[in-house]
Design a protein around this ligand. Structure first.
Ligand SMILES: Nc1ncnc2c1ncn2[C@@H]1O[C@H](COP(=O)(O)OP(=O)(O)O)[C@@H](O)[C@H]1O
Ligand SMILES: [Mg+2]
Length: 237
């Protein structure tokens, strides 16, 4: 198993948010967390990154325990986090934003920088044309591409991507879905949070439906597609 959460509980102050989350991600998979707003999807990713450390339960990456490690050490082991709010630096250029990803991941030597950035840019033609532009001049879709690209330049084994298609026009949603699929087929395992059922079904090998801080369903796209009860109860479809 690449990533494993065992009975993870987290709190924000007194509020008990994750209430025993258990999930697995195998090497090579796209696994998606889906569920209503407030279900605990983002908190699950933040727990993996050590931003909201579990008060109970354990997290393993490549069989080594991550549970009490600091965020930078978790990143160094090969996990990249692309948060919901993207965090593109507005006054740095696209290329400068990308280089920050290299530094943040800390797994790449300077000599390799250029080649790694070049490699990542092959997924994102619009970014290649805008390397010298400021982050703030990019469209929403381009900023999302940059956030994902910045995660990739650290050459992670696992990428956590939180709602990449949120707020994007349908054409861009399709484009980004395609790109995430390519990234996965080229060897990066992905734990995705996605609210759009069709995107989740198209990309995932397996899905977990979350509600109220718990996993309520686990299965393949096939089983979720054929389960109107789960769809209605937890996804409001
Ligand atoms: N920083 C925070 N402080 C207090 N409560 C929070 C914080 N972030 C999220 N929550 C609460 O935790 C629950 C889960 O939130 P979140 O993981 O962001 O859900 P999702 O990503 O599935 O929409 C929600 O009830 C939300 O209000
Ligand atoms: Mg969220």
């Amino acid at each position: 198993m690449l990533l494993q959460l065992d009975d993870v509980h987290t709190y924000y102050g007194e509020a008990h948010i994750l209430q025993g989350v258990t999930l697995r991600v195998a090497p090579g998979e796209v696994v998606t967390l889906i569920g209503r707003n407030g279900a605990g999807k983002t908190t699950t990713l933040r727990a993996v990154m050590g931003i909201v450390p579990p008060r109970a339960g354990r997290i393993f990456f490549e069989e080594a325990e991550l549970t009490r490690l600091p965020t930078h050490e978790i990143a160094r082991r090969g996990i990249a986090y692309v948060p919901e709010e993207r965090r593109v630096l507005p006054n740095l250029t696209v290329l400068e934003n990308l280089r920050l990803g290299v530094l943040g991941g800390g797994r790449v030597s300077h000599a390799e920088d250029g080649a790694v950035v070049e490699g990542v840019l092959t997924y994102f033609p619009p970014l290649r044309e805008r390397l010298a532009q400021k982050g703030k001049s990019l469209s929403g879709g381009e900023q999302q591409m940059l956030a994902i690209a910045r995660g990739l330049v650290a050459r992670p084994k696992l990428m956590l991507v939180d709602e990449p298609t949120e707020g994007l026009a349908p054409l861009l949603v399709r484009k980004l879905t395609e790109i995430l699929g390519q990234i996965n087929r080229h060897g990066t395992t992905i734990l995705l949070v996605e609210q759009t059922l069709e995107v989740a079904l198209a990309l995932s090998h397996r899905l977990y439906v979350m509600d109220q801080g718990r996993i309520q369903f686990e299965g393949t796209p096939e089983t979720l597609r054929n389960d109107p009860v789960i769809q209605q109860r937890f996804l409001g479809v």
